[in-house]
Design a protein around this ligand. Structure first.
Ligand code: ADP
Length: 200
């Protein structure tokens, strides 16, 4: 199965682009959704996290207290390494299973952290959706509300735009309007469908 990895900064248009590919019959796999699934109540991973971090790691309803855990691993690299060693293989396995089960012409793996982690190893092509930072900021504020400083801080913590672009096989420039984006996705879809047909 041919897999395209889609990434980009906050507000660059990943979700919008994924929806456009989805409408063309491509199977969309969302790495964030998978990352939540592997720690659902009842999962082995959640039990392991509870054993290591104690009851604080769980909400009253038994689900993972993500915010608390994020703070713990942010403050302690050893804990972060332990958590990543637990979760990365599980996320990878689940994504591979979804790819195997897919009957679509190809799959699109949407992953905000595609380039930061090891997920790029399981894709055949890296597609970056890109917009000027000012536009990313405006679109994120229009979508989520919130304040400029918070969104700017998130952007500053992400991979710098040029570094991200340097890792791309294809760049989808989303500085234009939606109509333009639809056309660009259509062209990329043609190219990926062709590549997928030639891929064994
Ligand atoms: P991401 O998933 O990368 O954070 P989204 O796809 O949610 O980004 O896009 C951010 C916001 O900008 C959304 O509200 C989306 O509808 C809007 N948007 C995306 N692309 C365009 C575009 N070309 N023109 C206008 N608005 C856009």
């Amino acid at each position: 199965m041919f897999v395209v990895g889609l990434t980009g900064g906050i507000g660059s248009g990943k979700t919008t682009v994924a929806d456009l590919f989805g409408a063309r019959g491509v199977d969309i796999i969302d790495a964030d959704v998978v990352a939540r699934e592997v720690v659902m109540p009842g999962s082995r991973a959640l039990v392991s996290i509870g054993e290591r971090f104690g009851a604080d790691a769980l909400n009253a309803d038994g689900s993972l207290n993500r915010r608390w855990l994020r703070e713990q691993v942010f403050a302690d690299p050893a804990q972060r390494q332990w958590l990543e060693a637990l979760l990365h293989p599980l996320v990878g396995q689940r994504i591979r299973a979804l790819v195997r089960e897919s009957t679509a012409p190809y799959c699109l793996l949407v992953a905000p952290l595609l380039l930061e982690g090891n997920l790029h190893e399981m894709v055949n092509r890296v597609l970056i959706v890109d917009a000027p930072e000012a536009l990313q900021l405006e679109r994120t504020l229009a979508r989520d509300g919130g304040d400029r400083d918070t969104v700017s801080a998130i952007m500053a913590a992400q991979l710098p735009r040029q570094e991200r672009l340097a890792r791309a096989d294809d760049v989808l420039d989303n500085s234009g309007d939606l109509e333009e984006l639809v056309d660009k996705v259509a062209r990329l879809h043609e190219s990926y469908s062709r590549r997928a047909r030639n891929h064994d």
